[in-house]
Design a protein around this ligand. Sequence first.
Ligand SMILES: C[S@@+](CC[C@H](N)C(=O)[O-])C[C@H]1O[C@@H](n2cnc3c(N)ncnc32)[C@H](O)[C@@H]1O
Length: 255
Amino acid sequence: MTIQNSNDIEWWNELALRLNGYQGNYKVNFVGLNGEVEFTNLVKDLLRDHPNTLDVGCADGRFAIDLSSFASRVTAIDLSPVMIEAAKKSTKAPNLEFIVCDAKEMPFSDNSFDLVISRRGPVSEPVFLEEAIRVTKPMGKIIEITIGERDAIEFKDVFNRGQGYLNKSKSRYLEIRNRLELNSEIKISQIHEYFCDAYYPSIEDVALLLSSTPIIDDFNIESDLPLLRTIETEYHTNKGIRRTYHRIIWIAEKL
Ligand SMILES: C[S@@+](CC[C@H](N)C(=O)[O-])C[C@H]1O[C@@H](n2cnc3c(N)ncnc32)[C@H](O)[C@@H]1O
C-alpha cells in the first residue's frame, strides 16, 4: 500500500476511509513539552471570552467535539468529505456544525467569528491566512499549532523525503513570524516553538505512525521496509525509537 502526497485531498479521503477518521493506532511517549497540551490549554482559555469559534481543517472533528463542551458555538470545516462524514457520525452536540469546504474560500461573511483555531490544519500559508483573517471579527483572535521544519527530521533524512523536507534548513518559526508581523490587519499576541523527543516502543509503532500521517510522502510499508530497518538501527535507545517533535504555536489579534 502506498501513502500518497498529503497535498492531495484524495490522500485525506483515503486515510479517513482506512482509519474511519484520523487516529493512528500507534504508541508514543514524549519527554518534554510537545506543544499540543499547551495549545489545548490556550484554546480553552480563549474560548471563555471568544464564544463563536471556527476550527479550520478539523479532520474527523475530535478536537472540535472536545471544544464544543467549552464553547458556545463551534463551526468546523474540512475539505475532505470523508473526514466530515466521520466527524458527523461521532457527535450530536447541538452547538457544533461540520461543513465540507476549502479553507481558501470559506462560505462565511466577513467578520463572522470571535476565534479561529487550527490544529495542524492549513492556516499559515498566505492564501489561507488572508481568508482566516477575513472571517475573524475585529478584536477576535486566530490561533494555530503547526509543524516545524525539524519535525521527525531523523526519519525524513533516512527517507530523503517527507513533509516540508525541501525546506528543512529554513526556520518556519521566523517565516511565520515575519509573515504575521508584515500583515497590517493583525497583531501577534504570542508565538513560540516547542522541541521535544518522542519515543516509539517498537518499529511497528513507527510503521503505523508513517502509515497514518503525512510525515513521509508516498510511504509504502513493503518497499520502504529497508529504510524502516535503518531507522530502527540508528535511532534505537533504551526509551524506544527516538524522533524529534517540533511545533509552532501562534496567536494573533485582528485589528
Ligand atoms: C493534520 S489534519 C488536521 C487534524 C485535526 N485538526 C485534528 O486536530 O485532529 C489536516 C486536515 O486539513 C484538511 N485540509 C487540507 N487542505 C485543506 C483545505 N484547503 N481546506 C480545508 N481543509 C483542508 C485535511 O483534509 C485534513 O483533514
